[in-house]
Design a protein around this ligand. Structure first.
Ligand SMILES: [Zn+2]
Length: 355
């Protein structure tokens, strides 16, 4: 077999006390699929699967920012750490070339068959599984070539690993937004690592994705917290423009310098659906944007630690009780109150909670 992709692996255990030296621990940066047998899957490990058209600088940037996120959130004493749930992270890097990604899917499936023989049967890697709507490969990663973006596509409790996928566009690895997206996905891994629930529906409930007045998954809390934490913590990194945080948060509302209107708030009003009832498929972007502002609003009143404390409690109680315990009232009452804040006439006053 020819070298179809580059695979590198390393363990963060080597650098637990040194947050700044990502590069020194890279191993076998252009290794072949055959080296998968010797991969270390130790605590904190990131295992990179990159398509053959993905450059070294993309691999290095992504790992560097994922490691920064690990040191921010995957800390000792958290449930995820105590229960060894933060790792391994299979980091998939997809480029622009479809064929390279189809080959990457094949190599990745080989890895799963070798290391995760049980859970792989329930994945798209199982050759008995066919998806008539899938145009290229098995649509595990190929849709990321077409659409770009990023995501987490795993249940650590059931699969035995986190699967994090980063594409080469929307945003591309040279865009500033890419680093923030790494933080966003890394925070999803944090959220998903704070319980031992195997039942998918129960896990969705605990993490707030079933908090609407219907049975569909809703993004406002899981995405709102991930996006707020990503934007805030990215803004705190060395070399980032000091106006970054406020600018990004303004952009989420479509409230630009010199304007009096915030068009995203108008869209939310027109959609006429409570934040907790907005689904991923119907104007989901509103839940991401407005959800991140709801989190800013809660952080302003309760402090950011309460967000992390909430997640440290998800293995103990249901979403409603957990939310009320940390933010003094349930999420419906909180969102009613937050809407009064959001809909106030003078939009400039919204910015005050960011300062
Ligand atoms: Zn997300």
């Amino acid at each position: 077999m020819t070298i179809l992709f580059s695979l590198l692996s390393f363990s963060c255990r080597d650098q637990a006390s040194d947050e700044n030296s990502a590069d020194g621990n890279f191993l076998d940066q252009h290794d072949t699929a055959s080296s998968t047998e010797s991969e270390p899957e130790t605590e904190g490990s990131i295992v990179v699967f990159a398509a053959s058209d993905v450059g070294d600088s993309t691999i290095e940037t992504t790992v560097e920012w994922l490691e920064k996120a690990q040191s921010l959130w995957y800390t000792e004493g958290t449930f995820g750490s105590e229960n060894d749930l933060y790792s391994p992270i299979y980091l998939i890097l997809v480029g622009d070339e479809m064929q390279a990604t189809i080959e990457l899917e094949e190599e990745y499936c080989d890895h799963l068959y070798e290391h995760h023989g049980e859970s792989v049967e329930y994945s798209r890697c199982n050759t008995n599984y066919t998806d008539p709507n899938c145009e290229h490969g098995i649509c595990l990663f190929t849709e990321y070539v077409t659409n770009g973006g990023a995501g987490i596509a795993s249940s650590r409790q059931n699969d035995g690993y986190h699967l994090m996928i980063m594409a080469a566009k929307n945003p591309g690895p040279n865009e500033e937004d890419y680093k923030k997206v790494v933080f966003h996905e890394a925070f999803h891994i944090y959220q998903l690592s704070q319980h031992n629930e195997l039942d998918y529906d129960k896990a969705e409930e605990l993490t707030g994705r079933r908090s609407g007045d219907h049975d569909e998954n809703v993004p406002w809390w899981s995405e709102g917290t991930a996006e707020y934490m990503a934007v805030y913590h990215y803004s705190q990194q060395d070399g980032v423009d000091e106006n970054y945080f406020e600018r990004e948060m303004r952009n989420k509302l479509g409230y630009f310098e010199g304007e009096s209107e915030a068009y995203v708030i108008n869209e939310y009003l027109e959609h006429d659906t409570k934040l907790y009832n907005i689904t991923f498929d119907d104007n989901g972007h509103l839940a991401y944007h407005i959800g991140s502002w709801l989190v800013a609003y809660l952080v302003h009143t309760h402090g950011q630690q309460k967000i992390l404390d909430f997640y440290q409690n998800i293995h103990l109680m249901n979403f409603e009780d957990n939310f009320t315990e940390h933010f003094d009232q349930d999420h419906r009452a909180t969102i009613d109150e937050f809407e009064d804040f959001l809909f106030q006439e003078d939009k400039a006053l919204l910015l005050e909670i960011l300062r």
